[in-house]
Write a protein that binds this ligand. Structure first.
Ligand SMILES: [Fe+2]
Length: 213
């Protein structure tokens, strides 16, 4: 029996760990001192526990990482050409369960938090209740209630990971002392299905050891 760390196993319904030909993912001289210390509360009074900024990709990722994505023709452009999402989850923060509009996947990598998870869900019911509010990105987004959902996967995004974003998901930062930083590459005009995205990135998807039964 091969023993596998559950957080490193691919889950075709939710995520694939990527083995990219990149020795250094983040810039060695990464400087995040420009990131706002606090974000204003939402207008309805809720605290903003998950910050978001849209830096240029070369301000966050190493030159070789930038060159790799250029070479495979994948451009992140969430807020203009060659921009990435840079999320900062507060210590101990749990994001609401939602699904993203637009592209059905992104490439994520997180750091800073010693214990965090992205989790995915499917609906228990054909008629789940929703509530709508602007997401961290400011776009109106459907949020779901945990009682209508069954978890289908979870993993720490501690290596570059292809993640599914059009099914219910959220992130939990269990680390009560540290921010969870996460860089997300996403192409706004991409219309691939989740399966098509997995096919495109299949040369770099980690192959698991076979588990003997
Ligand atoms: Fe999301």
């Amino acid at each position: 029996m091969t023993s596998l760390n559950p957080t490193s196993m691919n889950n075709p319904e939710c995520y694939y760990k990527l083995k990219l030909p990149i020795s250094q993912w983040l810039r060695k001289d990464l400087d995040l001192s420009w990131y706002p210390d606090v974000f204003p509360d939402y207008e309805w009074g809720e605290k903003r526990i998950w910050g978001l900024q849209y830096p240029k990709i070369d301000a966050i990722l190493s030159d070789e990482a930038v060159e790799f994505f250029r070479s495979i023709g994948f451009e992140s452009n969430m807020a203009g050409p060659n921009t990435v999402n840079l999320f900062r989850g507060n210590p101990g923060a749990t994001m609401g369960i939602h699904h993203d509009m637009g592209p059905k996947f992104s490439i994520n990598y997180s750091w800073g938090s010693e214990h965090n998870e992205m989790r995915w869900y499917k609906f228990k019911t054909s008629n789940p209740k929703t509530y709508s509010k602007p997401s961290t990105t400011g776009r109106p987004t459907d949020y779901f209630y945990p009682e209508d959902l069954i978890e289908v996967g979870r993993t720490a995004i501690d290596e570059p990971t292809l993640v599914r974003t059009h099914i219910p998901h959220h992130v939990v930062n269990y680390d009560v002392n540290n921010y969870r930083w996460c860089v997300t590459l996403r192409n706004l005009t991409n219309t691939w299905t989740w399966e098509e995205a997995a096919e495109f990135f299949s040369p770099w998807i980690e192959v698991e050891d076979a588990v003997s039964l």
